[in-house]
Ligand binder design. Structure first.
Ligand SMILES: [Mg+2]
Length: 281
């Protein structure tokens, strides 16, 4: 396993796609050197996008969170989230009725921007489901597991509606050794129980890569071999990038720790083109 400095790796690419959590920041806050690296990318005329599995809030609010930790160069226009993909999808596909959701109010407000009316699963009356036209799993917080997950199962037993998973991550890291179960994990559990197929957004799905690529095409005639996808998770970022046909760099500041990287790469069979200590290296 050869570890290369990030600065030397990106020299070969004009476009950098970056995951957010575990790459730019983690549970300790900002990754050391991240600000300098983003500045370097901009100053050298490179283009970057953040591709993040996040359905908790709008790109504007996500950008604000970057600004709060000193990443002032990252704007809403740089951010492509799985929530954006889900919102766009709901806007096209759901033309009437209400969308019920598991997640926070912030996330629901964002979905409402697609012109939809929302109702938290908690406030749903299972005896009055006539105007409920879709269910969406937003992000992890803001619902009562015991009550709301049961209610969701009963809703789907009673009514056949499209179900959208706006962030398919199963877990998220809360410390060096521990993870918490994310909404995507709850969605898979419910999917199994009700035996239905949900519509999943977020990496490794190709939609966010395609969306970023379309934005890029408006800025110039970029080729896929000019793009590098940088991520901390093999089974979302790296396989997503590999499938889309761009080169990939694994960083060791998030889900894939240095001691385990070689074993994980071998066992998953997901091979990054590069391994870097961090984006600050
Ligand atoms: Mg990550």
């Amino acid at each position: 396993m050869t570890i290369q400095p990030f600065k030397s790796v990106i020299k070969n690419y004009n476009v950098i796609f970056l995951d957010s959590y575990g790459v730019l920041k983690n549970f300790n806050g900002l990754i050391p050197g991240a600000i300098e690296t983003i500045k370097y990318i901009i100053e050298t005329g490179r283009v970057f996008y953040i591709l993040t599995n996040d359905a908790s809030r709008s790109p504007e609010l996500l950008a604000e969170k970057f600004h709060n930790i000193g990443l002032n160069e990252i704007n809403a226009q740089h951010i492509i989230s799985s929530g954006m993909m889900a919102k766009e999808y709901l806007g096209y596909k759901i033309r009437s009725g209400k969308v019920t959701y598991l997640g926070t109010e912030d996330a629901a407000h964002y979905i409402e921007e697609a012109g939809l009316e929302t109702i938290a699963i908690t406030d749903l009356d299972l005896n009055d489901l006539d105007d409920i036209s879709a269910l969406v799993f937003l992000d992890d917080e803001g619902f009562d597991w015991n009550i709301d997950v049961q209610k969701t199962v009963n809703l789907l037993r009673q009514k056949n509606i499209p179900t959208i998973v706006a962030n398919s991550d199963l877990t998220y890291p809360v410390s060096n050794d521990e993870v918490a179960i994310a909404a995507g994990g709850v969605a898979e559990l419910v999917e199994k129980i009700v035996n239905k197929k949900f519509i999943h957004f977020g990496k490794p799905d190709g939609r966010m890569f395609m969306y970023a690529y379309e934005l890029l095409m408006r800025q110039g005639n970029y080729k896929k071999d000019e793009i590098l996808m940088v991520g901390d998770t093999l089974y979302t970022d790296i396989i997503g990038g590999n499938k889309f046909g761009v080169d990939t760099a694994l960083v060791l500041t998030g889900n894939t720790r240095k001691e385990r990287a070689e074993v994980l790469i071998r066992s998953y069979g997901i091979i990054p083109d590069y391994i870097c200590e961090s984006i600050g290296s």
